[in-house]
Design a protein around this ligand. Structure first.
Ligand code: PFF
Length: 434
């Protein structure tokens, strides 16, 4: 099939789309609650070490595989070695499981966007529980979120998304900085900062490592093939390393900023840091209610967060769409429709996990938690580990895949071939033994 593949139109195009994929609910919703559940500072420290020494290398490998093969995740995996076809399918599974719960949270954002206009005093924990327990509401909102993302996939990513990213991402950052400054002026700021930056090593255990590992892959969209497919639209001039480290730095700053907003508020308003998926939705409305012009800030914040999560959602859908379009010869429209139907069906049990299905548990987890745990903490790290191994063993020999800086080149291959796989096997097995 010799169809013309899309390429990024501008030098900034790749960076904005991949930063758009990376920055989303993972930074603002998932990072604070993962940190809250795992002792705050200790989790942040382990997370930073893993991002620097493992995930950033895995991200580079995935983008490079896309750039050098110019293929979707299944065909690119087969170019590593014909026996690696399963790896492509495993990436597809992850891009069906992640949106199943991600789009449910996207739906909650839509609810809070409208809720912003009436921020009554009250117990926001109850508001959150009441919302998530309504089956029709949560399912409908998840489908609306899915339809919004699919629309952009159908229209093509270049036009709308590349352009919107340029304006909306900086706006999101400005609002986040204002919120962080406000939050740091609250009476619980000192306690919040201590929780974020003073690690208590007695809390170190396998769960901290596996959660930090999963969060690092989830937040950088690595291991799903989302970055691979975006890398495959790169041209020869696009720089892999510079772009990758810029994505890592930007993504990490947004996550830390989210922590600076949430944790001072957590300690000011007496919310439990271990509040789980509802943490952000309980603390943020409190902040907004106390701020001058809070409703307006709240609406602007949730609107921008919605946008940031839509750009991540698009990158998730793009992966199966590219496979159906390029390998099965399906039209883009049909491929988007089929992928959306599959995601919608998988989303329903996740949307109902806080209400009528809250007592249905597998391995002690609701569908929502199970899909999240299985995809983020297991599939993504394992997929990435095999991408690193496959690229460094087989693909390197076949292609002209070298970095200009000789020292970096040597470090990169040692890390991806030996160190990263060993460390990842240790983390994953120790988490299970624990
Ligand atoms: N990185 C996104 C976030 O932090 O919200 C989530 C995500 C997008 C994960 C795309 C995986 C993916 F392929």
């Amino acid at each position: 099939m010799s169809k013309q593949r899309a390429v990024w139109q501008s030098g900034l195009g790749f960076f904005l789309a991949s930063a758009g994929s990376a920055v989303g609910l993972g930074n603002i919703w998932r990072f604070p609650y993962m940190a809250g559940e795992n002792g705050g500072a200790l989790f942040i420290l382990v997370y930073l070490l893993i991002i620097i020494f493992i995930t950033s290398f895995a991200l580079i490998c995935e983008i490079a595989l896309g750039k050098y093969t110019k293929k979707n995740c299944v065909e690119a995996s087969m170019q590593i070695h014909h026996r690696f076809k399963w790896l492509g399918f495993s990436m597809i599974v992850s891009t069906l499981l992640i949106p199943a719960f991600y789009f449910v949270v996207g739906g909650w954002i839509i609810y809070y966007l409208f809720y912003s206009f009436s921020l009554p005093a009250g117990n926001y924990g109850d508001v959150f529980m009441a919302m998530t327990a309504k089956p029709v509401l949560t399912c409908t909102l998840a489908i609306v979120f899915l339809a919004t993302c699919s629309y952009f996939n159908y229209k093509g990513v270049n036009e709308g998304v590349e352009k919107c990213n340029k304006i909306l991402m900086p706006m999101l950052c400005v609002i986040m900085v204002i919120l962080a400054v406000f939050s740091l002026s609250l009476p619980g700021a000192a306690e919040g900062l201590a929780f974020m930056f003073r690690p208590d090593f007695s809390k170190l255990n396998g769960k901290v490592f596996i959660d930090a590992l999963g969060q690092s892959f989830f937040t950088l969209s690595t291991g799903t093939g989302a970055m691979l497919i975006y890398g495959s639209y790169m041209t020869a001039e696009h720089r892999i390393i510079k772009n990758s480290y810029s994505i890592v730095a930007f993504d990490t700053l947004v996550a830390i900023c989210a922590g600076l907003i949430i944790f001072p508020a957590v300690f000011t308003y007496g919310v439990e840091p271990q509040g789980g998926p509802g943490l952000v939705f309980v603390t943020l409305p409190e902040i907004f209610r106390q701020m001058p012009g809070g409703s307006l800030f709240s609406a602007a914040f949730f609107l921008l967060l919605l946008f940031a999560s839509v750009t991540s959602g698009i990158s998730l859908i793009e992966n199966p769409v590219a496979v159906l379009h390029e390998m099965c010869g399906m039209s883009r429209k049909k491929a988007v429709l089929l992928t959306s139907i599959a995601i919608a069906l998988l989303s329903l049990p996740c949307a109902l996990s806080f209400g009528i299905l809250s007592n249905v548990k597998l391995f002690g987890k609701t569908f929502f938690d199970l899909f999240d745990f299985f995809s983020s903490n297991l599939l993504l790290p394992l997929n990435s580990m095999f991408i690193c191994l496959g690229v460094s063993i087989f693909f390197r020999a076949k292609s002209d895949f070298h970095f200009k800086n000789r020292t970096y080149d040597r470090i990169f291959w040692i890390m991806t071939r030996y160190i990263i796989p060993v460390v990842m096997v240790i983390i994953i097995t120790s988490a299970f033994i624990n």
